[in-house]
Design a binder for this molecule. Structure first.
Ligand SMILES: NC(=O)c1ccc[n+]([C@@H]2O[C@H](COP(=O)([O-])OP(=O)(O)OC[C@H]3O[C@@H](n4cnc5c(N)ncnc54)[C@H](OP(=O)(O)O)[C@@H]3O)[C@@H](O)[C@H]2O)c1
Length: 323
């Protein structure tokens, strides 16, 4: 089974590449820019056809939630039109598409964890563009799994865990919002679940549609931050105190749902696969970052490998809200 994943360096793509290594029967090929540019629909079919995949995993996306408010055309071009083109190209090649979507299709006013049939009502451009992408994917390829996930972190790319560890290298106390609830989800778990589900997409599979796929259990950003920093401290990495703040204390350009919790009962029932408790998965990723110095600036200042540009007043709230 050859899986083509879009977006070479993204968290999910990198995790799939890693998961595919040494896994019998699964070959993962990642294709990204410039060969495949979702903002240039003319590149999509040729980039996919060159790989001759058995399944396409559509993971690449415009994920800058706040920036999307200023770049709605680009966000929709990539997340809606581009995603639709990927699904259409997969259909032309006669293969299913597994498309990643988001909890931000919901407005967060619902009680409890969202199920797949709950009404969508995105609060911002990013969520709206991803919702348009879901519709485009479903229209272009009947053999689709749309996997809505949330609060993704991993050893790769930019994410909340790395941000917390980096800030803890600079500060004794970090302010983190405590009134947005959700399911931290390791991209390593997403990759495992995708490989598992992909193997079930045989000709007689009749479960195509939308699924929620996220870490089990729930917390808020502040609780997640505390867990990250306590774990880091145990592994000799950076540590800091976490102070609860309200979303209202830190207004961002894009509004976020206060309730992002996703029920994964449907995915568990159809694919007989349960994502681990978020704390269990975090215990795998955090030590990899804390011990491996993967881009961390350690408290003693001796290691400064963080590869991304940082602004001095970067806040965890802002950084965490990339999707
Ligand atoms: N991260 C989250 O918390 C989160 C939460 C819910 C849902 N999701 C969804 O899950 C999926 C995977 O997320 P992720 O965290 O792995 O994303 P990510 O780490 O932000 O990576 C996004 C990838 O998309 C690529 N990309 C952006 N614009 C592109 C374009 N025009 N053409 C081709 N590739 C392009 C990027 O390429 P470059 O490296 O070249 O920039 C990057 O490799 C996305 O669909 C996202 O919407 C993410």
């Amino acid at each position: 089974m050859r899986l083509l994943v879009t977006g070479r360096d993204g968290q999910v793509a990198a995790s799939l590449l890693e998961a595919g290594q040494g896994r019998d029967g699964a070959e993962v090929v990642a294709v990204g820019r410039p060969a495949l540019d979702l903002a240039r629909p003319d590149t999509v079919f040729d980039a996919l056809a060159a790989v001759q995949p058995d399944i396409v995993v559509s993971a690449a996306a415009y994920t800058a939630v706040d920036q999307a408010e200023d770049e709605p055309d680009l966000a929709f071009a990539v997340n809606a039109v581009g995603a639709g083109k990927v699904a259409e190209a997969a259909a032309r090649l006669g293969v299913p598409v597994i498309h990643l979507s988001t909890d931000y299709v919901f407005d967060g006013t619902g009680e409890g964890a969202y199920v797949e049939t709950d009404a969508t009502a995105p609060l911002g451009v990013y969520g709206a563009s991803k919702l348009a992408g879901e519709l485009a994917v479903a229209a272009a390829n009947p053999r689709h799994l749309i996997l809505r996930t949330a609060w993704v972190y991993s050893p790769f790319g930019r994410n909340f865990v790395k941000t917390m560890l980096r800030l803890a290298g600079d500060r004794d106390e970090i302010n983190v919002v405590a009134d947005q609830w959700g399911n931290p989800t390791s991209a390593l778990d997403i990759a495992d679940a995708i490989l598992h589900a992909a193997a079930m997409l045989r000709d007689d599979f009749d479960g195509y549609g939308i699924y929620h796929l996220a870490g089990s259990g729930e917390t808020n950003w502040s609780g997640f931050a505390r867990h990250i920093l306590e774990t880091s401290a145990r592994y000799g990495g950076p540590a800091a105190r976490v102070r609860d703040i309200a979303t209202a204390d830190y207004p961002t350009k894009a509004r976020r749902p206060s309730n992002s919790r996703l029920s994964t009962a449907k995915f568990a029932a159809v694919f007989e696969w349960l994502v681990p408790e978020w704390q269990v998965s975090a215990q795998i990723v955090i030590p990899r970052l804390a011990e491996g110095n993967l881009g961390l600036r350690l408290r003693d200042g001796t290691t400064d490998l963080f590869p991304e540009p940082t602004s001095s007043d970067l806040t965890p709230v802002k950084d965490s809200l990339k999707q």
